[in-house]
Design a protein around this ligand. Sequence first.
Ligand code: TXA
Ligand code: MG
Length: 343
Amino acid sequence: MDTILFSQPLSDADLDRAAAIIRGGGLLGIPTETVYGLGADGLNETAVLHIFEAKGRPQDNPLILHVPDAGWLPKFCRDIPHAAYALARRFWPGPLTMILPRRDIVPLRTTGGLETVGVRCPDHPLTLEIIRRAGVPIAAPSGNTSGRPSPTTAGHMVEDMWGKIDGIVDGGPCGVGVESTIIDLTVTPPRLLRPGGLPLEALEEVLGEVAVDKAVVSKLADGERPKAPGMKYRHYAPKAPVTVVTGDAGQSAAYIAAHCEKEAGIICFSEFLPLFAGHEVHDLGPMADLSEQARRVFDALRRFDETPVPEIWAQCPGSEGLGLAVGNRLKKAAGFHIVEALP
Ligand code: TXA
Ligand code: MG
């Protein structure tokens, strides 16, 4: 299949062509502030099936719907609590997905057979405009091939999807870099299913008590089912095995230096780059800059696949703010193989 690359700046005609791909049942790589998505008409079962095929994604793993504003919520969701509108007012457009009961117009193919649907309003002007012109919600998982790190540049989208989909819209590098935070509003108290670009602390300001799903912080036992089906898969996995080292940054750096092989790949905070001279190193950003770490984490994981490193070691931020999401992505890449560096 020929893939069209829509490069910046997009003309009015480009936006129409991109929207026509969605309306015609095609597949389109779309930029968002979190990660790039692999989009299709979320109400068209055949188009949605093609998303699963292009990604190699298990069919029981539901897709989220992208809408241009909260006014679209009642078209696709029932029994919408007050809290949903309060969250939308405060955080949309932005990196927050809400799980709500679905209306019948949303195919079970989209929701992976669930009676609920995830909805979010992405903060990217091109994608918002394409959704409005298409006139339908865009179902979009992250645009990576299943099992690879999520794409945070149009280049990553090209790596995974060139020749497999109708178009890719280049909207520049993603400003947030990790996927949206997912909150389940069908239960009391609301439950965090995936930490992401919106910190848990921000949700708590609006919602009060928020429960945190077990799959966020630990590996599930065999046969245990997480509430977000996607959390059970070992996502974001580089080819080499990953070990995450938690604890004080100075101590985790010293631990890695003492235990890693000579050829090991390293993901470390900028401050510790000199310690790992001679290694294949990816700089996660300054220790105190969690936003920068979120922007870099997937690219760091992805780049190791181009190198022959036999093992990867990663430093890990603490769990405050965006640190919860950055640490979760690193730990999932490691299959929750975690060591705590002690003083
Ligand atoms: O930032 C994002 O959310 C990106 C961009 C493209 O918007 N999208 C994204 O989609 O990360 P995806 O499919 O890679 O991850 C969505 C997660 C999956 O773990 C899925 O299982 C979960 O959301 N999910 C979707 N609908 C759900 C539902 N009704 N109930 C529980 N979990 C759901
Ligand atoms: Mg994904």
